[in-house]
Design a binder for this molecule. Structure first.
Ligand code: NAP
Length: 252
């Protein structure tokens, strides 16, 4: 077990990629904090699954785009398990706005996409730093997107916000070294229902990658385990988990 006696917090851990990461870290022995903002039942379901496999988990509600709630989340997590070793900034929010529809980028969409994607990881990370530092081997993993590389994605602001998070990953890696490693994972398309794609765009996205299959949430979870447990000489890095699409182009 790679994470025996370790504690991981996954923001947005109730659904999709976050859920897969919670289960994978639990399988590797970690105690898991499953954060959610709205999906209470889904969060409880993840906790029950981890309980059933003999692990330890708790669900904690917090809107991580609010500084005070992010701080309370970290406080409650540490109060529950006495330590925090790994923080995964996974929570995300977006709306599908075709890039040529500039007027459809409302103030609300601009603000919410930026707050959840960029501000929340800063809020959670700075609140977690004293705890991640305590044993000299903390890890932060930010979930960015292949959209940060291609500027193609659900909206212009989503692409920009994920690129900002990639930059923040490097800044924090430099600032928090050597006690805390900060890395990122940039997933390609994963069919989690995250985006309100039109059926036509969804069909395009579901086309096979160079690997002959779609990317699934468990692929992202495997990369997260690698970064947290094995990549001890890596910090400030982003791993693309997209079936080679950014590096090689789509499988036309
Ligand atoms: N699916 C893809 O194709 C893809 C590709 C690249 C990157 N990503 C990234 O992967 C991450 C996970 O997305 P997903 O695909 O797994 O979609 P998802 O199932 O919709 O997950 C998004 C999660 O974020 C949580 N969340 C949203 N706002 C929050 C807030 N203010 N506070 C706390 N939690 C909040 C949601 O929790 P509640 O329901 O409780 O609000 C939900 O569990 C996101 O960062 C996304 O940008 C996804």
């Amino acid at each position: 077990m790679k994470f025996k006696d370790k504690v991981v917090l996954v923001t947005g851990g109730a659904t999709g990629i976050g859920r897969a990461m919670c289960l994978q870290f639990a399988r590797e022995g970690a105690a898991v904090i499953v954060n959610y903002s709205k999906s209470k039942d889904r969060a409880k379901e993840v906790v029950d699954l981890i309980d059933a496999m003999g692990g330890q988990a708790v669900e904690i509600q917090a809107d991580v785009s609010r500084d005070r709630q992010a701080r309370q989340l970290i406080d409650q997590a540490v109060a529950r398990f006495n330590r925090l070793d790994i923080l995964i900034n996974n929570a995300g929010w977006t709306r599908f706005i075709p890039h040529d529809e500039l007027d459809a980028l409302s103030e609300e969409i601009l603000e919410k996409t930026w707050s959840v994607t960029v501000k929340a990881p800063i809020y959670c990370t700075r609140a977690a730093v004293p705890h991640l530092r305590e044993y000299g081997a903390g890890a932060v993993i930010n979930i960015t997107s292949s959209a940060a590389y291609t500027a193609m994605g659900s909206s212009i602001i989503y692409c920009a916000a994920k690129a900002a998070l990639a930059s923040i990953t490097k800044s924090l890696a430099r600032t928090l070294a050597p006690e805390i490693r900060v890395n990122a994972i940039a997933p390609g398309f994963v069919d989690t229902g995250f985006v309100n794609w039109t059926p036509e765009v969804l069909a395009q996205l579901q086309k096979k990658t160079r690997l002959g299959r779609s990317i699934i949430a468990e692929d992202i979870a495997d990369a997260a385990v690698f970064l947290a447990a094995d990549a001890n000489a890596s910090t400030g890095q982003t791993i693309l988990v997209d079936g080679g699409v950014v590096a090689l182009g789509p499988n036309a």
